[in-house]
Ligand binder design. Structure first.
Ligand code: SAH
Length: 253
């Protein structure tokens, strides 16, 4: 039997946001690998083997998945959200590039999922309705000065900016530095969305501004969206305000 590897996105949380394609792959797999807290969201059938690993072990997890597929297993490697967004799909190709030539002949498929940025945007309206970019604030795999440069250039280009991995216990300062940088380049009234644990029972969504954002509330379960100069807040009585970026572009300010 020839094996295969499917790299799967579970979506941000609820099973409603798991695609039928991903669900079918999880049912068919002989082996399911992933970070333990993602695997907790997957119902393991009898006969399936669950391989939980630590958050930081992406390359060794990818290599393990590729080895199992080489042995003829039907392997599912899971990520939260979309596997191609700061997650296991890129780690898989990093492992393939540095691995044995035989891995290039394997049947490897990436199954997309709903990424956190899209789920967060949908909760508040349409903040990503015009040109946007996504920046991973973690400096585990890249130097902080490069992140600062990308933030500055994204601000200069007037993109809406989605920030992944905005803070963690080991990196509490960077989100403060990020807001300090953005405050010098964007109006204080620029809309900001703080979307924590979207789709999970402890979901908390806040619509605020660059000036008013409570930065200390931002943690590793939060997706941050910083508006462009065109992004607007539509005030509502008795309900969360809407945020949207009109499709018509305005001149750079
Ligand atoms: N592959 C994932 C992202 C992995 S990076 C995806 O496509 O969504 C992890 C970061 O994603 C977190 O630090 C947080 O910024 C964001 N994130 C993931 N799930 C989230 C959720 N349910 N709510 C808010 N942010 C989330």
């Amino acid at each position: 039997m020839s094996g295969r590897l499917r790299v799967i996105g579970l979506g941000p949380g609820p099973s409603d946001w798991l695609t039928p394609e991903a669900e079918a792959a999880l049912t068919e797999a002989t082996d399911i690998l992933g970070y333990a807290s993602y695997l907790d969201r997957v119902a393991i059938r009898s006969g399936q083997t669950r391989h939980a690993s630590d958050n930081r072990e992406e390359i060794s997890r990818a290599r393990h998945a590729l080895e199992l597929a080489s042995e003829g297993r039907d392997v599912a490697l899971v990520s939260g959200g979309d596997p191609g967004v700061f997650a296991m799909a890129a780690a898989t190709f990093e492992a393939i590039e540095d691995g044995p030539a035989s891995w290039r002949a394997l049947d490897v498929t990436i199954l997309p999922g709903v990424t956190a940025m899209l789920a967060a945007a949908a909760r508040v309206g349409a903040p990503l309705g015009a040109d946007f970019c996504a920046i991973n604030l973690s400096n585990n795999l890249k130097p902080w000065p490069l992140i600062e440069k990308r933030l500055a250039l994204a601000a200069e280009a007037d993109f809406v900016i989605a920030l992944y991995n905005p803070a963690s216990k080991a990196r509490p300062q960077q989100i403060h530095d990020t807001f300090a940088l953005l405050r010098t380049r964007r109006s204080p009234t620029t809309p900001v969305v703080l979307a924590r644990a979207v789709g999970r029972p402890d979901e908390a969504i806040i619509v605020t501004t660059i000036a008013d954002a409570d930065i200390s509330s931002i943690d590793m379960s939060t997706l941050v969206i910083i508006g462009s100069s065109a992004t607007r807040i539509l005030k509502r009585d008795g309900a969360r305000d809407w945020v949207y970026s009109p499709r018509r572009a305005e001149e750079l300010v």
